[in-house]
Design a protein around this ligand. Sequence first.
Ligand SMILES: *Cc1c(COP(=O)(O)O)cnc(C)c1O
Length: 477
Amino acid sequence: MDKILEEIATLQISSAALEPSESTRNELLRQATDLGNDFINTITDTPSYSNAQVSKDLSFKKATQSIETLLDLYKTEVASKGINAASGGHFGYIPGGGIYTAAIGDYLADVTNEYVGSKFASPGGVAIENVCIDWMKSIFNFPSTAVGNLTSGGSIANLIALTAARDKRSIKGASIEKSVVYLSEQAHHCILKAFRIIGLGDIIIRKIALDEQSRLRTDALLTAIEEDKEKGLIPSIVIASAGTTDTGAIDPLYDIGKICKSNDLWYHIDGAYGGFFILVQKIKDKFKGIEMADSLVVDPHKGLFLPYGIGAVLVKDQAAVMQSHYYLANYMQDTLDESLVNSPMDLSPELTKHFRGMRMWLPLQLHGVAPFSACLEEKLLLVQYFRNEISKEGFMVGPKPDLSVSYFWFPKDKRQNEYNQKLINLMMEDGEIFFSSTTIKESFVIRVAILSFRTKINEVNRAIKMIKRVKLKLDNH
Ligand SMILES: *Cc1c(COP(=O)(O)O)cnc(C)c1O
């Protein structure tokens, strides 16, 4: 017995580092917040992109490292390389956010380590997650009986929604190869990935033709559904986009909703990028019909400027979501209580999860919704301003966008694609403002995506200046 106590005493001493003293905690936090403040204070002078590769050794050493050494490594190897996703100069892909007050939410969620898989374990934490979900239900006009989940991002949110669709429509076994999904060719690739993951890799995917604005054509959708019915196939799911990744197009949500209703199809809307623009009063009408969806995905880590790691799904049919996600294991019998059904763990593949609600709830409580909608409206105007300014430099621009993503290219009689490819290579090399490219109708074009809360008129003017500078370099080459 004495021996056990002796060993325990020794181990208690060797594991003591895991609970630093208050003065150590304060010192660690001070150094981390110094880095954070320095990062934010200098962010406008920092390039938005650096192609430098990791050059220092990040591996675990035999000896422990000091916080100074580690923060220095973080600063030089992590925070200064690749795309600076927190920068207002990030105009590529779908830009990120990272509002500061969300980080405070994460800090608290981590320190108190709420277990928000179930209401039993953290009634308050789950209540906060549900406040966020209920708020989203209200802005998208979903009924209060709908359920939702805060996921790691849009991909998992889409996965949960499509799993519910699969179960509701009983797409399994021999019916998989006869069931049809209709979507725009601009639908996000995570949707096709989700079908493979949920065992529907052999489902029939119909890519519906788009109009000039890259919106799904409802006449083509109707024709496809009718043709499939005639062939004896089973039209099952329609996927519309409330803001495509490539061009920010919003499909005609209301008309598609009516088609889904009259043909008894599961209606899924992916609003991962665009959904939160519904908060902008003057373009709210573009989202008419979003409330008709059976399932909807939005990404607070895009349109609400939160740090990466939070997406959301809303589903009207609770039973459909629970069919795959509800599971009562023996070791969870203590959580068995009617009022506890509908915990996050019943609606998601995750059991233990990060308390994501806190990083959303805290900023919305502290700031209110108004600064978020103002910031989104600002993005819409900044993209218009960018298009005007870049046109003055002789560039062509794509059709007037629904949201804050557009594209442009410099016209050339010959080798236009090659010229624009060279241009973006030089833009990336410059790195002051980060852009990415895409191919639209076989033309190589440069995308302009404005969504960072830090993108202001100043960043747009700097972007125009950088493009002029880089183009001059290319032309004089
Ligand atoms: C970003 C995006 C996704 C994927 O979401 P993640 O959060 O990156 O997993 C899905 N759909 C659309 C339209 C998107 O813009």
